[in-house]
Design a protein around this ligand. Structure first.
Ligand code: FMN
Length: 461
């Protein structure tokens, strides 16, 4: 039985995100990525269609592994240029009432105190509609430009992230009591000093010794999203995430990931359904299957091989230019090559994948499954992904910027609503309520962040 489907629009504050070469399509409006009014209109359109939120990827670095250069990424605008998505949020929030905003911010370079302040401010200005997608960064270019030249190793990045989240939770949940702000004009007291507490954190990576500079916002802690599928990534998500973003290419693979995550959350004493799982999909829709497939074929005709390989080389850390575009990668005997091939052979075990096949596959929507069809076809497929895997909904990527999500809202949303699987009005006002129901404005009681609340700390003493 399908529960209510959660639906986010996945985007990037640059001309091009996952689809390679599609910024050249006549329906694509990538040239509007710096146009605030265009983003505002888009947000209003998504809210009219009852989306849960917009979800913005972000990257501290850029792709520069393909041919050992950033050239390929620059030519195809492969996630480059990239503006900071956080600055869009106040304007989009002012034009909407319910739509949430998931913003990706890395734990690799900025101190946790600054990130806590950024999200507290955004939570105030959105009246509780902000979420933080915690990522650990993967680009050497980010390390060179923002860090000390080299990245921490993969697992060390996750250890830093775990401590980073712990610090932010202490600041959001533990520094100010709910009743600290009294605004008493008679006594001249804005905040009662006895109810604002110092956070004392001494850890491996961070030291914080003082009060938080922001008063509590509607949600206090932003909804914590996470994306990252390694054992370390899953362990962190099981402990602290309230929503997890996955991008499995097959239903059985996704089900396994979802079951593992929920089992780990349960082991840690959390209700496994206090984590919403969102799968990335790209949807190409039209009134009929034939029209949708025509649109898809047009898109495929514009896929840029170099743009796809620039992205893929960046994601995998492997320069794809070293392989013959038409030779099956099965024959490549490097470990990295094998890992990369595995992703695709699992998707279609009978097929021998060449780099050109991979480019065609990821050229539309990156490594997300692509669903093409009429409202009925798309709705059937989305519902089957939910029923067969136990996910809670989708983060929907596009080929043509703005246009594909407008199609989704126009064609697919009414079909989902008619089936009773997507909301027709909002139940609450915050992002957490969009995900978990009216009244759920704050962290659930079984989330580790609640342990930092003063009321609980003093009860425990
Ligand atoms: C669905 C998905 C979306 C991601 N989005 C971003 C992103 O926007 N920015 C970023 O720097 N990393 C992003 N990542 C990378 C992860 O945060 C992480 O650094 C990377 O996947 C390596 O961790 P893992 O080995 O646990 O998967 C994403 C990963 C996944 C699976």
């Amino acid at each position: 039985m399908t529960t209510q489907m959660k639906v986010f629009a996945f985007d990037f504050t640059g001309p091009a995100h996952l689809s390679a070469g599609l910024w050249r399509h006549r329906r694509d409006r990538s040239e509007q990525y710096t146009n605030l009014r265009a983003w505002v209109e888009y947000a209003k359109m998504l809210e009219d269609a009852c989306f849960d939120g917009m979800f913005f990827a972000d990257n501290d670095g850029y792709h520069e592994k393909y041919r050992g250069s950033v050239e390929g990424a620059l030519r195809d605008a492969a996630q480059l240029p990239a503006n900071d998505p956080a600055y869009l949020v106040p304007a989009l929030a002012a034009a909407t009432k319910h739509l949430g905003f998931g913003i990706t911010t890395s734990t690799a370079y900025t101190p946790p105190y600054a990130v806590a302040r950024k999200f507290a401010t955004l939570d105030h200005l959105t009246d509780g509609r902000i979420g933080w997608n915690v990522v650990t960064s993967y680009s050497d270019s980010a390390a060179r430009n923002l860090g000390n030249g080299t990245q921490l190793a993969h697992d060390a990045r996750y250890e830093r992230a775990e401590e980073f989240i712990d610090v932010t939770l202490k600041l959001w949940e533990g520094s100010w009591d709910d009743d600290a702000v009294v605004r008493d004009t008679e006594t001249g007291t804005y905040a009662d000093p006895a109810r604002v507490h110092e956070v004392q954190h001494r850890g491996e990576h961070f030291t914080v010794d003082g009060i938080f500079v922001c008063e509590p916002s509607t949600q206090r802690t932003p909804v914590i999203f996470q994306a990252g599928g390694s054992p370390k990534g899953v362990a962190l998500a099981a402990k602290t995430a309230e929503a997890v973003f996955m991008n499995s290419m097959s239903k059985p693979g996704l089900k396994k990931q979802v079951d593992t995550l929920r089992a780990k959350a349960a082991e840690l004493g959390r209700d496994p359904h206090h984590i919403a799982v969102l799968q990335m999909v790209t949807v190409i829709s039209a009134p009929t299957d034939e029209e949708a497939w025509r649109k898809y074929q047009e898109y495929v005709g514009l896929v840029s091989y170099d743009g796809a390989m620039a992205r893929y080389s960046g994601w995998t850390g492997l320069d794809m230019a070293q392989f013959d575009p038409d030779r099956p990668l099965e024959d490549v005997k490097t470990n990295a090559g094998q890992t990369m091939v595995d992703v695709f052979t699992k998707l279609d075990p009978g097929k021998k994948w060449t780099p050109r096949d991979i480019a065609r596959e990821i050229g539309i929507g990156g490594t997300s499954p692509v669903i093409v069809g009429s409202p009925k076809t798309v709705a059937d497929e989305l519902v089957s992904w939910m029923d067969e895997t136990g996910i809670d909904g989708f983060n929907i990527a596009h080929a043509a910027k703005f246009a594909d999500l407008e199609d989704f809202a126009q064609y697919v949303v009414p079909e989902l609503q008619a089936r009773g699987v997507m909301r027709t009005s909002y139940e609450g006002t915050t992002l957490r309520e969009n995900l978990f129901g009216a009244g759920q404005q704050r962290l659930a009681a079984d989330h580790p962040g609640t342990a930092h609340r003063r009321s609980l700390v003093s009860q425990a003493q």
